[in-house]
Design a binder for this molecule. Structure first.
Ligand code: NI
Length: 178
């Protein structure tokens, strides 16, 4: 297993739709292991492969509470096949948008189809934090970020902040505080 660097806004690769995985082979298992290690180290509760610059439809999650044992989940080609009309609101963050959190309303329950580690098709019905986390990570495989659900004003503000920080890094300076 290896830690992989996480790419952040405004990296344009975060906007790429990822490719469908044809075969869940050893290279995908190695990718999942690296993703889990990188996610736990960050720390975070979900990670999509594109966030470590691998444009494949693979996500990992662990929404276990701090006191509970780890409960890693790995999904290949995950897809929302049903979502509830009711919505829930959670304060979301993203390892690719560090130090930024905003409330997002999403369907409170979803059914997701995916391939497991053995390449077998599975379905899971989720609610609560897992439902939100699944939708957030599946969005990444489609090039969608949680800031896309915010008002235009808020989205433009956060995009500008990260663009400015990137420019300052290029110039060799430290990003300033607002
Ligand atoms: Ni994210």
């Amino acid at each position: 297993m290896a830690l992989r660097p996480i790419i952040c806004l405004p990296d344009p690769r975060l906007r790429l739709p990822s490719e469908t995985v044809e075969v869940v082979d050893a290279s995908i298992h190695a990718l999942m292991d690296d993703m889990l290690e990188t996610m736990y180290e960050a720390p975070g509760i979900g990670l999509a492969a594109i966030q470590i610059a691998v444009p494949k439809r693979v996500i990992v999650l662990d929404v276990a509470k701090n006191d509970d044992p780890p409960a890693p989940m790995c999904m290949v080609n995950p897809e929302v096949i049903w979502s509830s009309p009711e919505k829930s609101t959670y304060e979301e963050g993203c390892l690719s948008i560090p130090d930024y959190h905003e409330e997002v309303a999403r369907p409170s329950r979803v059914k997701v189809a995916y391939l497991d580690r053995n390449g077998v098709r599975q379905e899971i019905e989720a609610d609560g934090l897992l439902a939100t986390c699944l939708q957030h990570e599946i969005d990444h495989t489609n090039g969608v970020l949680f800031v896309d659900y915010l008002s235009r004003l808020k989205r433009e503000r956060v995009m500008k902040k990260f663009q400015k920080a990137a420019r300052l890094r290029e110039l060799g300076g430290e990003p300033e505080e607002e």
